[in-house]
Design a protein around this ligand. Structure first.
Ligand code: NAP
Ligand code: G4F
Length: 339
């Protein structure tokens, strides 16, 4: 039996990846950071099947201990301060976790388990002010947030440990992926949760920032499968994982509200733009500039050709299906609460 150590196991991707690897027969260990009240987040339902280890990406000694306990054949480094907007208010912490955290775990492995295979959760945010469309593995990076700058260090240090020490270390440059387990501050879940709450009369309207930002959105279940495939290769390499389609935040709203039973019409421009329910004339979406970012990533569109060719990876869940699942899930959660 192979052992795996997953950092960020309580998050969206970590929990789906743990399920995938448990199904494949791995002994799964997950790093969990200490909170005032013990909780396993999205991995709560796995607590009888996963061995949790206390630790923090900013604490090298805790990572050395985690490697010692888990004796991993594979390590997936998914832990991060992953909310881009928060990286302007907590830039130093973001760097400690998303940049130095990566060299911490690489050092822990180099010193005591150098033959373990390593996956680093790199991101399409590194393309930032995009230098070409679509973005691929060879596209130059141009980070636009403290988060992206920190992740860029994580990306290059992973490559550097591969080239310097011959470690089997891969980076997945993953474009946005969402799910029913997505945190509620991220725009897709904020919209799906609001559409459900408005349907139940629990909320009047949702306030958003830049409606014109474009993202390449897929489902997390498809994307964690790509992470696993990367660590099964003969030689380590880096891959873009994307759907190859891009949509605006406005498009996501229209589709989410449609699945919740509303037909939205868009009126006005800029700060005055509104999403209006065609049936009742009520305003369901408004712009609130407090959700604008100091620097925006206007468009992300990835080319997954290399992953499809080399890993045999294909996404199975379409954009429409992703939105439908998220809205259905939020409606179900609310109907259980309101019974
Ligand atoms: P997520 O839901 O926010 O999960 C982040 C995980 O990291 C949580 O388990 C969190 O623990 C843990 N964590 C945060 N700070 C930590 C620290 N200092 N020490 C130990 N653990 C810590 O993120 P996700 O969407 O699953 O993304 C997984 C990874 O992929 C992240 O590195 C993210 O930056 C990257 N990524 C995500 C996407 C995407 O679209 N989802 C795209 C590209 C790359 P708590 O539960 O205690 O908060
Ligand atoms: O959902 P978001 O917060 O995700 P963002 O910034 O694209 O980052 C996510 O994807 C990255 C991969 O590209 C990951 F690396 C990262 O960890 C994270 O998972 O925002 C998406 C877009 C942005 O352009 C934002 O300005 O939606 C726009 N937006 C408009 N109104 C909003 C809102 N975003 C949020 N969170 N909240 C709003 O009200």
């Amino acid at each position: 039996m192979k052992n795996v150590l997953i950092t960020g196991i309580t998050g969206q991707d970590g929990s789906y990846l743990a399920e995938l690897l448990l199904d494949k027969g791995y002994g799964v260990y997950g790093l969990v950071r200490r909170k005032s009240e013990l909780s396993y987040g999205n991995a709560e339902h796995l607590k009888d099947r996963v061995a949790f280890i206390d630790g923090d990406m900013a604490d090298l000694s805790s990572l050395i201990r985690a490697v010692h306990i888990s004796n991993p054949d594979e390590v997936y480094n998914l832990a991060a301060q992953s909310f881009v907007a928060a990286s302007w208010s907590q830039p130093v912490y973001t760097a400690q976790c998303d940049a130095l955290g990566v060299v911490n775990i690489l050092e822990a492995l180099r010193l005591s388990k150098p033959d373990a295979r390593f996956y680093q959760a790199s991101t399409s945010e590194m393309f930032g002010l995009v230098q070409e469309i679509p973005q691929r593995e060879t596209t130059p990076f141009y980070p636009r947030s403290p988060y992206a700058a920190a992740k860029l260090y994580g990306h290059w240090i992973t490559k550097n440990y591969r080239e310097s020490f011959g470690m089997f270390a891969c980076s997945g440059i993953l474009f946005n992926h969402e799910s029913e387990r997505r945190g509620k501050e991220f725009v897709t879940r904020k919209i799906s949760a609001a559409a459900a709450a408005i349907k139940f009369g629990l909320q009047d309207c949702v306030e958003l920032g830049n409606l014109s930002a474009k993202r390449d959105w897929g489902h997390s279940v498809d994307y964690v499968r790509a992470m696993y495939l990367m660590l099964q290769l003969e030689k380590p390499d880096d891959f873009v994982i994307a759907s190859g389609e891009t949509r605006t935040v406005r498009d996501f709203c229209s589709m989410a509200f449609k699945y919740a039973g509303f037909d939205l019409a868009w009126e006005g421009e800029g700060l005055n733009e509104k999403g209006i329910d065609k049936l009742t004339g009520k305003v369901l979406v408004r712009v609130n500039p407090s959700f604008f970012r100091p620097a925006e990533v206007d468009i992300l569109l990835g080319c997954p050709e290399k992953a499809e060719r080399t890993l045999g990876w294909r996404r199975e869940i379409s954009f429409e299906e992703l939105v439908r699942r998220m809205v259905d899930n939020d409606i179900k959660e609310l109907s259980l609460k309101t019974v």
